[in-house]
Design a protein around this ligand. Structure first.
Ligand SMILES: Cc1ncc(COP(=O)(O)O)c(C=O)c1O
Length: 334
């Protein structure tokens, strides 16, 4: 565990509840055995119930980033990969390497919205569109239902919507998957469910994606699977934490704005912040608070920070204030 306050990886700051820890612990006695197929079947059913889809549509894997990577490896070679910029970096990196071509559609300032027409205009040849909704690092929702349907109607186009932060945004396109073979949603228990160390991701996948996925993903580590199963049986703990994070997020926004930062509207558990201090992430680290420096994606002065516990957030604000006091009060960027 690192020293200091970790707000750099968009994790849930609250530990799992005792029943989830106990379920993982109990499974340690059977580590000599492969995970039983009945346990895999069970978690797929629980995920399907949770997502409101059929069990056959669920594919599980060790984290949604690896599922996204697998999608790129399966489908991108003969296709144009179309993504937002900026977006979740690991997916871009794998697309850059393995897609026939990569087209990045720059989000438009100042709100970081995704322009629909330039996106649709790209889809004149076989394409794989991957959009994180909400987007990392801006925290903004990029797609609405009409845009999704427009993309799905384009010939020979596959669409993957990365819904890693679904529990915070409340927006999903799960109800479209059964009718659209060319749609898949990537989700995770690593964020809202607070199981980042367990690494459980899943797809809600249309038929084209299901056809491509083997069952090799099924053998996830027992402790992860048992922890995830227990967490899905009692989702109330997760929803309570989501509420706390959203409440804290609004408090953080207010305090940052008072301190002169520009804070972007977020549908996630993190905030994109712009300040006039280019070295902000480094200076916060010197004060024991880790945030993500996203200046290479968005320009000088941009950081992304996860909403933490009230104590974490107070420590962040104290550190931020002390940096600003040293530099003199900021003026807001236009
Ligand atoms: C948009 C987005 N997609 C996917 C992921 C990966 O999540 P997982 O922990 O399931 O690999 C992240 C993690 O930060 C993310 O921000």
């Amino acid at each position: 565990m690192s020293e200091g306050i970790e707000l750099d990886l968009n994790e849930m700051p609250y530990p799992p509840p005792q029943n989830v820890i106990q379920a993982a612990r109990d499974s340690l006695e059977y580590l000599n055995r492969y995970t039983e197929l009945s346990a895999i079947r069970r978690i797929r059913e629980l995920l399907a119930d949770y997502a409101g889809v059929a069990g056959e549509q669920i594919v599980i894997g060790p984290g949604s980033d690896l599922l996204l990577r697998e999608i790129v490896l399966c489908f991108a070679a003969g296709r144009k990969a179309v993504m937002a910029s900026p977006t979740f970096l690991p997916t871009v990196q794998v697309a850059r390497r393995f897609a026939g071509q990569l087209v990045s559609i720059r989000l438009s300032q100042p709100e970081f919205s995704l322009a629909k027409e330039p996106l649709l205009e790209e889809l004149t040849e076989p394409s794989l569109v991957i959009i994180d909704n909400p987007n990392n690092p801006t925290g903004r929702l990029l797609l609405d239902r009409e845009t999704v349907e427009n993309i799905l109607d384009m010939p020979d186009t596959l669409l993957v919507v990365d819904e890693a932060y679904f529990e915070f945004s409340g927006l999903t396109f799960a109800e479209l998957v059964a009718e659209h073979a060319n749609l898949a949603l990537a989700r995770t228990l690593d964020k809202a469910f607070g199981l980042a160390g367990a690494r459980i991701g899943y797809l809600i996948a249309g038929q084209t994606f299901l056809d491509a996925f083997s069952t090799s993903f099924a053998f996830l580590p027992q402790p992860s699977l048992q922890a995830a199963t227990e967490a899905l049986l009692h989702p109330g703990y997760m929803w309570k934490n989501v509420q706390s994070i959203m409440y804290e997020r609004e408090g953080l926004c207010r305090e940052l704005e008072i301190l002169g930062a520009v804070v972007f509207q977020s549908s996630t558990n993190f905030l994109l912040v712009r300040s006039k201090t280019p070295s902000l992430a480094d200076e916060l680290r010197d004060r024991g608070v880790l945030v993500m420096d996203v200046s290479n994606q968005l320009g000088p002065g941009f950081i992304r920070l996860a909403v933490g516990t009230p104590e974490d957030n107070d420590a962040f604000i104290r550190a931020y204030r002390s940096i600003m006091e040293r530099k003199g009060q900021e003026t807001i960027y236009e």
